[in-house]
Design a protein around this ligand. Structure first.
Ligand code: ADP
Length: 388
């Protein structure tokens, strides 16, 4: 656990970079610091490993005040990843990763074999090991940066805009890999970004900082999206807030309806007979949905042939039964029949759902989330209080 306890940093020129920050980053979780440029994110991060010293307040690592731990000892347990990876240009990929284990007393041989494991862990082929950083793409360099930070297996990782310099496609790949890796490793991570979407995607907890180094709000992504504490946070979260919040709502108790189905290769006459409102859902031999067939538009001349892929309307995304309300709603809205197709984990059809059913769930859920009761406060005035 990392805890900022009323931490302030004033630089010698009088700039207040961080102002009375109190915040906890739980063990094994990803805590994201997000906010506009200059709001004190990097300064806060660097106070954790004492690259910057607080002017007042304390930063705790578990039950120890970091001010009482010598910086070099402290940093041994803290990996650090920065934008543009910060690799040593004159060292090979393998030696970049092996540097820290060698410094902490491992033999070169041990360090190099560990480095090869880490290359694999971050999704890089072993044949990159002998290249120099300038011979890698930006995304590959960033992966090496992560491997290097993990080399000493530190319990804590500090990551300062690690993906910001990458193009959007590579950035998304690395974000997805980050989620996968963190799921397996469970490090205590403090992650800095100016990108609210990245914060929402990666953070177990998101701390929004405002200019002047003050904490505007800290909470889970779902809490932020559903209940921003003030207009600054609301505007920083941006558009589609309500829709994006559905990412954090489970779809599993949605009532699913049975569909008329046929299989690829079935006679088209069967499709015509089965349709109830013009649409038939077509499955393959493993009951995996393939697309919708507009059965009422079939001509008589087609009626003697069979259901083929060419006849299918493939529009519409699939959602999984254990997915989110956002996926279910998107599946319904993008389906030509107006019904979202829901599948099990193995790809087999579970049933379908209409947008109105999803919205009914959204409404009952949001009624619960936003229910307020008026309770007299101690001062005798009434203040709204959210129900738990
Ligand atoms: P962020 O990471 O959110 O962009 P920083 O922590 O880098 O913000 O900076 C916060 C504020 O502190 C900014 O106004 C910045 O100009 C100022 N600052 C950062 N480092 C120094 C420094 N070494 N000396 C003086 N001011 C600094």
């Amino acid at each position: 656990m990392i805890r900022f306890d009323a931490v302030t940093k004033t630089y010698p020129d009088g700039t207040v970079a961080v102002n009375a920050l109190t915040l906890e980053a739980a063990t094994g979780e990803t805590t994201v610091l997000v906010g506009p440029s200059g709001c004190g994110k990097t300064t806060s991060l660097r106070m954790v490993n004492r690259m910057v010293e607080p002017t007042s307040g304390r930063v705790w690592l578990d039950d120890r005040d970091t001010a009482t731990i010598a910086p070099h000892r402290l940093r041994r347990g803290i990996g650090y990843v920065i934008q543009q990876a910060g690799l040593f240009p004159h060292k090979t990929v393998l030696d970049n990763i092996a540097t820290v284990p060698v410094l902490t007393g491992h033999t070169r041989r041990q360090a190099r074999s560990r480095a090869l494991e880490l290359l694999d862990l971050v999704g890089l082929p072993a044949d990159l090991a002998d290249r120099y950083p300038s011979q890698l793409s930006g995304g590959q360099q960033q992966r090496v940066g992560v491997a290097r930070a993990l080399a000493a297996d530190p319990p804590v990782l500090l990551m300062d805009e690690p993906f910001s310099a990458l193009d959007p496609v590579v950035r998304e790949q690395l974000q997805n890999e980050f989620v996968r890796l963190q799921h397996d490793l469970g490090k205590t991570i403090v992650f800095v970004t100016h990108d609210i979407d990245e914060a929402i995607k990666l953070g177990d907890k998101v701390a929004v900082l405002a200019t002047g180094g003050t904490l505007a709000q800290a909470g889970s992504p779902a809490e932020l999206l559903s209940r921003p504490a003030n207009p600054f946070v609301a505007s920083f979260l941006g558009r589609d807030r309500g829709y994006r919040a559905l990412t954090f709502a489970q779809a599993s108790p949605l009532p699913l309806r049975d569909e008329a189905t046929v299989r690829l290769g079935d006679p088209l006459t069967l499709a015509r007979d089965r349709q109830t409102d013009g649409w038939v859902l077509v499955l393959d031999d493993h009951d995996a949905p393939q697309g919708w067939l507009a059965a009422t538009t079939l001509t008589d001349s087609q009626a003697t042939s069979t259901v083929t892929v060419e006849l299918l309307n493939l529009g519409g995304t699939l959602a999984t039964a254990h997915g989110t309300l956002r996926e279910a709603l998107d599946a319904a809205l993008s389906s030509p029949s107006g019904r979202g197709v829901i599948v099990h984990e193995n790809g087999q059809l579970a049933g379908t759902v209409t947008a109105s059913h999803v919205l009914a769930r959204v409404e009952s859920r949001s009624a619960r989330l936003h229910a307020v009761v008026l309770q007299p406060s101690a001062a005798g005035t009434t203040a709204p209080k959210a129900q738990p």
